[in-house]
Design a protein. Structure first.
Length: 233
């Protein structure tokens, strides 16, 4: 594979950085955005673009997309990562915290897709993968704003798939469970049928599959990468 371009929004560390490394290894030219500066360093390390900015800023995202298009003239894959939103007992979450959670876990995707999807439509193809959470199907009190906002992301993904499949532009979600980029505890590990935390590289491999031609008939789906943690059907 040659001349394919992947943008990773929120790729400075953890699963986003692992996805960037995997896609670069697969032959993609990569552009990486993060707010920490780590994405800027990683992008340069991988021979691509690194950009320090926020996925909560339309201006930063537009500059990032413009840089990518100026350099390569196309975008074949977009990976949307997220930071961490507010956590509190349900009735103690303020209006401002709910809005912040929606910004972190839902609007991060909406903003980037609004800019990138038209590029993919023009070039008659592209794939978008959003890093979501396994708990979207079984909401947990420990991640309240994530569970609510990402339920909305599931609906958005279905709506997007309905409208853009005709243009050969696909969108899917990956739903990671306990991954090694998070603090590890024996209690959490014991709840996973596979008896271990997942590796960021395993999530990255799933992302790489979903943006590849091997997944050309997959859109509007949410794929769990959780070691069997979730029991819902």
């Amino acid at each position: 594979m040659t001349n394919k371009v992947a943008m990773i929004v929120g790729g400075g560390s953890g699963m986003g950085a692992a996805a960037a490394r995997k896609l670069a290894a697969d032959g993609y030219s990569v552009a990486i955005l993060s707010s920490s500066g780590k994405g800027e360093a990683l992008g340069k390390e991988l021979g691509g673009i690194g950009f320090t900015g926020s996925n909560q800023s339309n201006d930063d995202l537009k500059r990032f997309v413009d840089l990518t298009m100026d350099k390569w003239g196309r975008i074949d894959a977009l990976v949307n990562g997220a930071g961490h939103g507010p956590r509190a007992p349900l009735l103690e979450i303020t209006d401002e915290q709910w809005h912040a959670g929606i910004d972190v876990y839902f609007m991060n995707v909406v903003r980037a897709v609004r800019l990138v999807a038209p590029v993919m439509v023009d070039q008659k193809g592209g794939a978008i993968v959003n890093i979501s959470t396994a708990w979207v199907s079984e909401p947990a009190a420990m991640f309240p704003t994530s569970a609510v906002a990402r339920a909305g992301l599931n609906a958005y993904t279905k709506l997007f798939a309905d409208q853009y499949a005709q243009h050969n532009v696909r969108m899917n979600n990956v739903l990671p469970g306990w991954i090694d980029s998070l603090p590890q505890t024996d209690e959490r590990r014991a709840g996973v049928p596979m008896g271990r935390y997942g590796r960021s590289e395993e999530v990255a491999a799933t992302i790489a599959f979903l943006v590849s031609e091997a997944a050309a008939y997959i859109t509007g789906q949410s794929l769990r990468v959780d070691g069997g943690l979730m029991r819902s059907i």
